[in-house]
Structures are given as structure tokens and as C-alpha cells.
Design a protein around this ligand. Structure first.
Ligand code: FE2
Ligand code: FE2
Length: 452
């Protein structure tokens, strides 16, 4: 018996008002749904073929993640455990993974629209049970979150409005999947009512998954619009990033910077695999990673937009996907921290030098907009390097490698020197990796800043 039950006299007020820990519990449930939705959208980003869809999924995945962050901040103010170090409830994770193991983009979106609608119903129900004075801070949190409701629901429904309209097979598949997700959610709600997720043992009888092959999330090879964004075929002769002139008609111009930005969808995709695959990291890691991921998409969009403004078409350039080429379960555990260290300790810090020079160069040519782009880019990248210093060692710890940020950085650079084959001996490789600006010069090719 707890303190509250001890002094308890039955009154007509009982059950009518929420205790602070009731609010915390309900917010935690909403938190996990928002978090799982961010995971679903980021996981499906590489499975989407159309460039603009990848952009939308990164944006909404980020918003779900930010909603989760707002909820976790309020939960931390209330009694009960904070969410920072918790793992998702097994039932919910299972339900979301089942719902989103969909056979097509359209089927995924149908399922997403249904689950999203249910989530907003829960928000609605909670909103008017909160005391206007006592729980005003929670009402504020929900008010901010609900600002995105209209946009999100519209996105989910508009994207599926014509699904299968001229394709009877797809039309049928989408209907089958819709029915499946609806049934799945009835099962989840029933299990929750029966006390699943508490101490009560509830046997969940999941509906059978329709017999289709899954197209996502996190496909081993990402879907890609090759007509508009042709893929680059690796050429042994050009090991340094962006050194192959066949990649871009701008290779001899300062405007090559825009092309480099336009290729950042590859980096964003890679981070999607990390977001989906990293299982036991603290919640603030996922908050930072979501921002990082969405930023890389923004950089890509900014590059594509400027190339088009300058009269180029993306089909004139060559791009790279970010998928690892193997299923998540086949990836070596080191793939995650190695990739993350390579990005935040090599690619991003090295890019500063180029970006600063580009900003100055663009300004000299009177192209203020391009200069401003480089400056925003640098501000974002600086933050990403900080994320890397903070979370890289944590990721290595997860796979039982204890490593400091400095060691991680040196190791990532050393690996890059090895890839380039630019050192004769191990000692020489270490020397190159230690000498940071020189190392960057070797790792990535310089731009021609004097030519517009
Ligand atoms: Fe970037
Ligand atoms: Fe970045």
C-alpha cells in the first residue's frame, strides 16, 4: 500500500482528476509513439524512390522526434522515472515494426496515416482532462505539438489519395494493408487495456501479416530516382572524394560547392540506418541524430535548389546512395560507429576549410546567396562535429570498444588514409592523420575558388 492509498477515503472525486504521475504516465505513452513514428519515417526514407518524398520523410521524422523531445522534457518535471535511459516498451515496438514492414511506399503511407490518426485522438482525449492551472505546463507542451497536426495528417492522407488509381494490383495491396494495420491497432489497444506493458502478463495474438515481400524500412539497397539523380559508378583512378571530373560539369568552378551539397542525401540516408539500428543509446542521442539527419537533407535541398537556380539540372551530375548494401542484421557492429566517426571526424571537420574559402570566393563574385548558404552550412556542421565528439565514443562503448573522442578521431582519419593508399608505411600514415589540415587536403579535393 502506498502513501496515497493509506490515507484514502472513497469520495466522489476519485478517478476524476489526474495525479501528477498519471499525467507523466500518459505523456510517456505518447512519447514512445512519437519516437516510434520518427523511427518509422527515418527508416522508410531510404525506401522511398522520389527525391521530394525523402525530403518530406526527413522533415516529418524530425518533427515526430521533436515532439518526443518536448514530451520527455515535461515528463522529467513530473514524478516518476525520466525517459532518457529507458528502452521502448516491447509491445509498442513490436506493434510499430509489424505495422510498418510494408510491401510498398503506398502501403507504408496508408498504415502511417492510420496510426497517426490514432495518436492524435489520444492527444485530444488527454488535452481536455488536464487541469487548466495545475497542469498548464503540460497543456502548453501539447499546444506546441498539436500545431503540426494539420500538416502531418494532410501529408499522410494526400500522399495516399491516388494510391493504385491506375494499378489494380497496388490498389488491392493497399486495401489489404489498410485492413491489416487497422486490425493490428485494435489488437494493441485491447492488449493495453488488458494491462500489457505493466506487471500483468498479457498474451498478444497478433493478426497474420499479409503475404507480401517487405519493401522497407531500411532496405539493404535504397530506392533511388536514377533518371533525375543518376548514380556515380566508382572509379579506382579517383579515390579522393569528388576528384572524378565526370561527376559534375562544375568540377572546375567554385560552384562545385553546390554540387557537393546536392549529394548530401547519401549522408542523410546513412544516418537513417544508424537511427533505426542503434538500440540502446540515451534518448538525447536520438534527439541530436534526428537534427543531424534532417540538416543533411536540408543541405542537399539547398544545393539542388541553387544548382537549378543557376540553370543546371540534377541529371547532369552523379550521386551516391547511403545504403550499406547489406541488411542491418548482416552489418558488422562496427559499421555504425565507424561510419559515424568517418562522417563527424573526417568529412564534416574537413569540409570547413572548403566552405569558408567558398563563402569568401562567392562574395568576391557578388554571389551573396551562395556565400550565405556556405555560412549556414558551416553553422550546422559545427554542431554535427560536436554531436560526433559526444556520441561517437558512446556508440563505440555499445559494441564494447571503450574509446575516447580523440582516439576515435585519429582512428577515423587513419582509416581514410588507408583507403586512399597515400602512405607508404604505418608510421607515415599516422603522421598524415595527425597533421589535420594536410590530411584534409589529401582526403578531399580542393575547389577552383578563382573561377565562377
Ligand atoms: Fe551537411
Ligand atoms: Fe553535417
Amino acid at each position: 500500500m502506498n502513501e496515497r492509498q493509506e490515507g484514502n477515503r472513497m469520495t466522489h472525486q476519485q478517478g476524476r482528476f489526474l495525479y501528477p504521475d498519471d499525467t507523466a504516465k500518459r505523456l510517456s505513452e505518447l512519447f514512445w509513439q512519437e519516437f516510434e513514428l520518427s523511427r518509422a519515417l527515418f527508416g522508410w526514407l531510404p525506401a522511398m524512390k522520389v527525391f521530394e518524398m525523402k525530403g518530406l520523410l526527413s522533415r516529418y521524422g524530425y518533427l515526430h522526434n521533436q515532439h518526443a523531445k518536448l514530451l520527455s522534457e515535461r515528463v522529467a518535471e513530473l514524478p516518476g522515472p525520466t525517459l532518457e535511459r529507458q528502452l521502448p516498451p516491447a509491445l509498442l515496438r513490436e506493434a510499430f515494426e509489424r505495422a510498418f514492414l510494408a510491401p510498398s511506399e503506398a502501403a507504408f503511407m496508408i498504415g502511417y496515416a492510420h496510426v497517426l490518426g490514432k495518436l492524435y485522438q489520444s492527444y485530444e482525449q488527454l488535452h481536455y482532462r488536464l487541469d487548466p492551472i495545475l497542469d498548464a505546463p503540460t497543456r502548453d507542451t501539447l499546444r506546441y505539438i498539436l500545431l503540426d497536426r494539420e500538416d502531418m495528417l494532410r501529408f499522410a492522407h494526400d500522399e495516399t489519395f491516388f494510391a493504385g488509381v491506375d494499378d489494380p494490383m497496388l490498389a488491392e495491396q493497399v486495401e489489404v494493408w489498410r485492413g491489416y494495420v487497422e486490425e493490428l491497432w485494435v489488437t494493441v489497444e485491447r492488449a493495453m487495456k488488458a494491462g500489457a506493458g505493466t506487471d500483468v502478463d498479457v498474451v498478444v495474438k497478433w493478426p497474420a501479416i499479409p503475404n507480401y515481400e517487405a519493401a522497407g524500412p531500411v532496405p539493404s539497397d535504397s530506392a533511388w530516382d536514377e533518371e533525375r539523380f543518376p548514380l556515380y559508378r566508382y572509379n579506382e583512378a579517383y579515390k579522393m572524394s569528388y576528384s572524378d571530373p565526370s561527376m559534375s560539369p562544375l568540377h572546375d568552378s567554385i560552384k562545385q560547392m553546390h554540387y557537393i551539397n546536392a549529394t548530401e542525401m547519401g549522408a542523410a540516408e546513412t544516418l537513417c540506418y544508424l537511427y533505426y539500428g542503434a538500440q540502446h543509446m540515451p534518448m538525447s542521442f536520438y534527439f541530436d541524430l534526428a537534427r543531424h539527419l534532417w540538416d543533411e537533407v536540408r543541405h542537399c535541398q539547398m544545393g539542388v535548389r541553387r544548382l537549378r537556380q543557376l540553370g543546371y539540372d540534377t541529371s547532369q551530375f552523379r550521386f551516391s546512395k547511403g545504403s550499406p548494401g547489406r541488411g542491418l542484421e548482416e552489418l558488422a557492429a562496427e559499421w555504425f560507429p565507424d561510419m559515424y566517426a568517418g562522417l563527424t571526424m573526417v568529412a564534416e571537420p574537413c569540409s570547413f576549410i572548403k566552405k569558408r574559402k567558398s563563402a569568401l570566393g562567392f562574395r568576391e563574385f557578388g554571389d551573396e546567396l551562395s556565400a550565405i548558404q556556405c555560412e549556414f552550412d558551416m553553422a550546422d556542421e559545427r554542431m554535427h562535429v560536436d554531436f560526433g565528439k559526444k556520441w561517437g565514443p558512446e556508440l563505440y562503448k555499445q559494441i564494447n570498444h571503450l574509446i575516447t573522442a580523440a582516439q576515435m578521431s585519429e582512428r577515423a582519419r587513419l582509416r581514410r588514409v588507408e583507403q586512399l593508399g597515400s602512405a607508404a608505411t604505418e608510421e607515415e600514415a599516422k603522421e598524415i592523420a595527425r597533421n589535420f589540415p594536410g590530411f584534409c587536403g589529401l582526403s578531399t579535393v580542393e575547389l577552383n575558388y578563382s573561377k565562377y
